[in-house]
Design a protein around this ligand. Structure first.
Ligand code: NDP
Ligand code: AOF
Length: 350
């Protein structure tokens, strides 16, 4: 990042900030579908700051956000008006499953490129920003903008699961734990849930944006859970990972057969091996839906990145709070969290 020379600090125009927000929101729609690639968004603007195209990377093997944006600009007949590109991640400068995004941008009259985060992937050459600057483009990093902090935080939150996987070799782990007014996690007999409809929808949104689920044999024996995304729209035709902590022989064969139709089911007899088992998958972000026994072990071993608590009060109202071990969390992209204090009831939406 530092190889780029530019005035420091500079100011980000308001319309660029708005474009970053659009790019993050568009990319976030595809979270849960892009692994092993990160979710990335791109917005193209004209010289007056008018939005021409909003695009995102949809899934691995599909066009990267910048290339899709340029294709859409062609389809809309607005290519000649492109002046500024706003991208949440440094444009790639290599040929992988698709050709370099730097070349896609250079095929247009774009003059300025605003970049959120540097590419944390150590396996690709990088250098996209320097390449564009060497070809005469005005390349600007959010990190160098005096007023870019909030936008940069959103870009980092979007990238967090991928960046974590690149740095630590395992997916980002979000634990979801619902507790009733008596401090009990176990639902009433005959039910698998006790939280409100809104909490249920949020749980399913979390299933949608993550790449897989971690559970324990105790939960499977008690609930025979489906772990599917219901109540909210799901991504079409994707296979997720389902890691079962515990002994394979404790899992009923009929449940396993049904689960294997939808998930890549992996067993992890001792959750201490969870990082290695998760590393063997392509997941960027997984959620833990397990009972008190496994959650105790996961907590004791620090095998989590953020922990979502849903606490139901005696009146049946659910209260959300999040503990995060890092300075950034993908959960911060749910718009309501920003206004949510520890003990305030709030309902995150996608
Ligand atoms: N309120 C909520 O948010 C949720 C509630 N639940 C509820 O929880 C209940 C089930 O909870 P529970 O019986 O505790 O089962 P768990 O889901 O916590 O699974 C426990 C199992 O995890 C396995 N395990 C793997 N590694 C470890 C380790 N290092 N330490 C301890 N266990 C390990 C063991 O399997 P093995 O014995 O095979 O070796 C253990 O029996 C159900 O009633 C379910 O409805 C479930 C999910 C969410
Ligand atoms: N009890 C409980 C939860 N429990 C989780 O949901 C699973 C059931 O999933 P499914 O079969 O797909 O409906 C169950 O086994 C457990 O993992 N979740 C919550 O948000 N709130 C709750 O009160």
């Amino acid at each position: 990042m530092n190889s780029i020379s530019q005035p420091f600090p500079h100011t980000m125009p308001e319309h660029v900030g708005a474009a970053f927000d659009m790019a993050v929101s568009e990319a976030w729609r595809f979270a849960g579908q892009t692994a092993p690639n990160p979710a990335v968004g791109c917005v193209l603007l004209d010289a007056r700051g008018e939005v021409l195209v909003i695009a995102a990377h949809h899934k691995a093997g599909a066009l990267h956000a910048e290339r899709l944006a340029v294709e859409q600009a062609h389809a809309l007949g607005v290519v000649e008006r492109i002046h500024t590109a706003v991208v949440t991640l440094e444009p790639c400068n290599h040929t992988g499953r698709t050709p370099p995004c730097t070349e896609a941008l250079l095929s247009t009259p774009v003059q300025t490129v605003w970049i959120g985060c540097a590419d944390p992937n150590p396996h690709v050459p990088g250098g996209g920003a320097a390449y564009l600057q060497a070809r005469g483009l005005d390349v600007r990093w959010l990190a160098h903008a005096a007023n870019g902090g909030a936008c940069l935080a959103r870009c980092k939150a979007l990238l967090a699961p991928f960046a974590w996987r690149m740095a630590h070799g395992r997916p980002w782990i979000t634990v979801k734990q619902a507790v009733n007014a008596q401090g009990n996690m176990v639902p009433p007999v005959g039910s698998t849930t006790f939280t409100t409809r809104q909490s249920l929808e949020f749980a399913h949104i979390l299933r949608r944006v993550t790449d897989g689920i971690v559970t324990g044999t105790g939960t499977i024996q008690a609930d025979l859970p489906a772990f599917t995304v219901r109540h909210v729209p799901d991504h079409a035709n994707r296979r997720r990972v389902l890691v079962v902590c515990g002994a394979p022989n404790k899992v009923p064969a009929h449940w396993q057969e049904q689960a294997q139709a939808r998930f890549d089911v992996l067993f992890c007899p001792d959750c201490a091996d969870l990082p290695a088992v998760l590393a063997s998958t392509s997941a960027l972000w997984v959620m833990v839906e397990a009972g008190p026994t496994l959650l105790r072990a996961i907590s004791a071993q620090g095998l989590w990145d953020d922990w979502l608590h849903i606490r139901q009060d005696a009146q049946g109202c659910d209260h959300f709070s999040v503990s995060t071990r890092h300075d950034i969390s993908p959960l911060s992209l749910f718009p309501q969290w920003a206004r949510c204090t520890q003990e305030q009831a709030c309902f995150p939406v996608l």
